[in-house]
Write a protein that binds this ligand. Structure first.
Ligand SMILES: O=C(O)CCC(=O)C(=O)O
Ligand SMILES: [Fe+2]
Length: 315
């Protein structure tokens, strides 16, 4: 499979609870996508457009502030993973010299926002987070059903931090801003976002109309994950790859510097919601389909995330 499929989620996001057969059908289609190319577009996902648009607008307002103002919200990883990261500060691929993007991370219960300068940014991001939770829970159920687990709430019950921020987890909402590259002295090898896989269970990605995200297909070719209006893109992280015994591969993806002048002159924005299990959850392969369980040591969700995160901070 070298194309990212699109799945209609209307049955799972309507006010009427889905029937058994609707769950099963969704599980089959999502399984085919996530066990193949590892990415899927969802339509009718239930996250209101106005909430998504507002999060983009307020994020843009923050990122367009002068650098010295944004630096006041700089992430201090000795305290928490919340806050602003400047261009080049974090990299997702060890061999990429400089990744030209800015981000603002929101996670856990010790969150803070630049309320004095941008009072609406925090509430817009919190609103998107809240509005995405029913979709995330449906997706976690779909994963359990598709893996034929008896307990369809298996993943939901291990992701309790979604409803209780006092439960520690690495679940994070990240607003990303890729500044225009036109007329800048960009050194060779600079990318917007280096080739990487995500770290957690699954990721929701809301992207604007600019595009640039590429996904590595099973045959090794890079496939464009073009923006499709009103969809959310979902992919799996490497913790789920391990947890599912390799059934769901954590597909690599990247964002390069665009070649067209128009796209170089325009900033790109995306908002990603990285879903992780609660820190204490012990992860070991649920099936032995493509891995030999005996070769794998169980790991807590916290240990897994920390090992991966440590490698991505350049400070
Ligand atoms: O901005 C994008 O489209 C992708 C971002 C991403 O992959 C990430 O932050 O992990
Ligand atoms: Fe990613």
């Amino acid at each position: 499979m070298d194309k990212i499929p699109t799945v209609d989620f209307s049955h799972l996001s309507s006010a009427t609870p889905p029937s058994q057969s609707e769950w099963k059908e969704a599980a089959e289609t999502v399984f085919n996508a996530l066990s193949g190319i590892g990415f899927v577009y969802l339509t009718n996902h239930g996250v209101p457009d106005s909430v998504i648009e507002n999060a983009f607008t307020e994020s843009k307002d923050f990122f367009e502030l002068p650098t010295e103002t944004k630096m006041k919200s700089l992430k201090d990883i000795s305290k928490s993973f919340n806050g602003y990261a400047a261009p080049g500060q974090e990299s997702l691929h060890k061999d990429v010299p400089f990744e030209l993007r800015e981000s603002y991370d929101i996670c856990g219960n010790l969150r803070y926002f630049p309320d004095t300068i941008r009072p609406k940014f925090g509430s817009a991001m919190n609103a998107l987070e809240e509005a995405s939770k029913p979709l995330i829970k449906s997706l976690l159920r779909v994963l359990a059903i598709s893996l034929k687990l008896e307990d369809t709430d298996f993943f939901v019950e291990r992701t309790k931090a979604l409803d209780d921020l006092d439960i520690p987890s690495y679940t994070t909402i990240r607003s990303l801003y890729y500044p225009p590259t036109w007329n800048k002295n960009i050194s060779p090898g600079t990318v917007r976002c280096g080739d990487h896989s995500d770290y957690g269970t699954l990721t929701l990605l809301f992207q604007d109309a600019i595009g640039g995200l590429e996904v590595k297909a099973v045959n090794g070719e890079w496939v464009s994950a073009d923006p499709i209006p009103k969809t959310v893109l979902v992919n799996t992280g490497d913790l789920l790859e391990f947890w599912s015994g390799g059934v769901f591969p954590a597909t690599h993806h990247r964002v390069l510097i665009p070649e067209q002048e128009l796209r170089q002159k325009t900033a790109r924005q995306s908002i990603v919601y990285f879903v992780h299990p609660d820190d204490k959850v012990v992860i070991q392969p649920l099936s032995q389909s493509s891995t030999n369980q005996q070769n794998y040591q169980p790991v807590t969700a916290k240990e897994h995330a920390e090992t991966r995160l440590r490698a991505s901070y350049n400070y």
